[in-house]
Design a protein around this ligand. Structure first.
Ligand SMILES: Cc1cc2nc3c(=O)[nH]c(=O)nc-3n(C[C@H](O)[C@H](O)[C@H](O)COP(=O)(O)O)c2cc1C
Length: 320
């Protein structure tokens, strides 16, 4: 299984629509949505998605079992294929609310959430976590965490192969400063061969994916997909052996499909730039890439007719 990672502010529904144009098989994750935002906020804004986005996972941030169960039910009712608990995000803001990586110190609480959620829904409940947090980074603590959460019924763990440092590092630094330790996740997989494990962190190529898929049931890529989305066009064929894949063969083909989506979304009041901000990476590696980025990251904000700027960007990619 190949998944695109949940990324706050990045993997919103427009981004996911775009990514889905590139691979029909990759599993897509939402941004993290907190239980507070879902229970007290604008549900439509947080949960709406396009039918094409499946397979699609909603990632929840929270740790109060009955709230997590309530939100899991909402995810199921809205048609998500799976609900995932965020036990990996190190931000201070989330720590105060007992959300994210700090929960690695509370496996019992995560297990209670899994249990409550599983009783509330039929879709799979999965957990995305780190290999540890500062002060609690022994292998045994990791084994205990997974063991306890698995006992509550979680059968699929997505493991970001580095610890999170909860004080002193920003969320961004926490994605590259603590070293990647794939060997720890490999050992964990050996410990629990019956559990599904997806490896995450620092993976950049499909060659690497193929290698990791010898050991793990899944791989999850975040930043590389966002900065080089064209990578997705080989996923169906190479990782799913899907020879009938409808993956696009040219960037301009994708741009034209996206244009139709933009027109439809604009008619519903969405700003063009809310969609186009996610596609800057698609020209990566081409002579026109700079021009393409300039058009869609700068010029488009200065023009009234934003679709015309989008059309110029299509021209840059013509034939590519
Ligand atoms: C902009 C950004 C936002 C992120 N937001 C989330 C999030 O909401 N939930 C989560 O579990 N991880 C989040 N992450 C972490 C990614 O899901 C992933 O674990 C991490 O980037 C490592 O994978 P990569 O090296 O393939 O990018 C975020 C990462 C980035 C770059």
């Amino acid at each position: 299984m190949f998944a695109v990672a949940p990324m706050l502010d990045w993997t919103d529904r427009h981004c996911r629509y775009f990514l889905r144009l590139l691979s029909s098989r990759a599993t897509l994750y939402s941004e993290m949505v907190t239980t507070g935002a879902l229970i007290h906020g604008d549900v439509q804004r947080h949960l709406a998605f396009n039918d094409t986005e499946h397979p699609l996972v909603l990632q929840l941030g929270g740790s109060v079992p009955q709230e997590m169960a309530q939100c899991a039910r909402m995810a199921q009712d809205w048609g998500y294929d799976e609900v995932n608990i965020n036990v990996g995000c190190p931000s201070d803001r989330v720590q105060n609310n007992m959300i994210g990586a700090c929960l690695m110190a509370h496996p019992d609480r995560v297990a209670e959430c899994v249990d409550a959620m599983r009783q509330a829904v039929d879709i799979p409940v999965t957990v995305k976590h780190r290999i540890g947090i500062n002060g609690r980074d022994s292998y045994q603590a990791l084994v205990d965490f997974v063991g306890m959460v698995a006992e509550a019924g979680c059968e699929h763990f997505i493991v970001h192969a580095r610890i999170a440092i909860l004080e002193g590092l920003s969320p961004k630094e926490n994605r590259h400063v603590p070293p990647l330790r794939y060997e720890v996740v490999q050992q964990l997989k050996q410990e629990y061969p019956h559990l599904q494990m997806t490896l995450n962190g620092g993976i950049k190529t499909l060659d690497e994916c193929e290698e990791h898929l010898q050991t793990f049931e899944g791989v999850m890529l975040g930043r590389e997909v966002y900065s080089n989305p064209w990578l997705l066009t080989e996923v169906d064929q190479r990782l799913y052996q899907d020879n009938n894949s409808l993956a696009p063969t040219s960037r301009s083909e994708v741009m034209l499909k996206l244009r139709a989506y933009i027109e439809q979304q604009v008619a519903q009041g969405v700003k063009v730039t809310h969609i186009t901000r996610h596609i800057l990476g698609i020209a990566q590696g081409f002579p026109g890439a700079r021009r393409f980025r300039q058009l869609l990251s700068a010029d488009i904000h200065r023009h009234e007719n934003q679709l015309a700027v989008f059309d110029q960007a299509i021209e840059v990619l013509q034939g590519r």
